[in-house]
Design a protein around this ligand. Structure first.
Ligand code: COA
Length: 179
């Protein structure tokens, strides 16, 4: 499916995005994008401790592609994982990155929305992540309902965020554990 660009700049200055689930053959390009965005420090991130045991969900993960004179290019990625929080099934989002030269065009927000839509369509009830609330609050994530979530390692508790995908979703409380 193609997402339309929404910023006020002329649309011919923005690439047209195609958002797709991550395929097995996308792995190396996604890994390379993540490496460019985060560098080797990514392995020290609190979220990595979750990804060490979480179950990767490529069908819920989002790759943002464009095709132009340079060929098919990966502009962004949002990976999704299955976990349990206090025994309740949940999804965990990250790494999440957009290529440096393509930022601030709304692509990141669209990828988050798509990942949440895919999770909701699969019957998931929550998406959890570790990130800046100043960015993620605009796409429905908040710290307040995440305060009972216990990460598997050290973390700045203000950066643990959750978005409920259903109106009747329970509040997540307890340790993040394997799905
Ligand atoms: C975070 C990231 C994926 C956002 O992608 P994007 O396509 O630029 O996102 P959007 O276009 O939806 O939003 C861009 C806006 O968010 C702001 N923003 C980006 N990161 C932010 C942060 N950590 N806190 C607050 N605002 C942030 C930008 O300044 C921009 O503001 P503007 O609209 O006033 O220009 C991208 O900046 C990135 O890849 N960063 C490096 C990797 C990273 O930090 N990933 C997130 C880890 S949780």
């Amino acid at each position: 499916m193609t997402a339309q660009n929404s910023k006020s700049e002329p649309s011919d200055q923005l690439p047209t995005l195609t958002l797709k689930p991550e395929r097995p053959q996308d792995g190396p390009r996604v890994d390379a994008l993540i490496e460019r965005a985060f560098g080797p420090g990514r392995y020290a991130k609190a979220s990595e401790r979750v990804r060490e045991f979480a179950e990767f969900a490529p069908e819920l993960s989002v790759c943002a592609w464009t095709t132009d004179e340079k060929g098919e290019r990966l502009l962004g990625c949002a990976r999704m994982w299955r976990v349990r929080v206090g025994g309740v099934p949940a999804t965990f989002l990250g790494p999440f990155a957009v290529e440096q030269g393509e930022r601030s065009a709304g692509f990141g927000a669209r990828m988050i929305e798509r990942a949440c839509e895919a999770a909701a369509a699969a019957g998931e009830t929550h998406v959890v992540l570790v990130g800046d609330e100043a960015y993620f609050d605009r796409v429905g994530f908040a710290n307040a309902p995440a305060r009972g979530i216990v990460m598997p390692g050290p973390v700045d508790a203000h950066r643990v965020l959750v978005r409920a995908l259903t109106a009747d979703a329970v509040e997540l409380k307890g340790p993040i554990q394997p799905a």
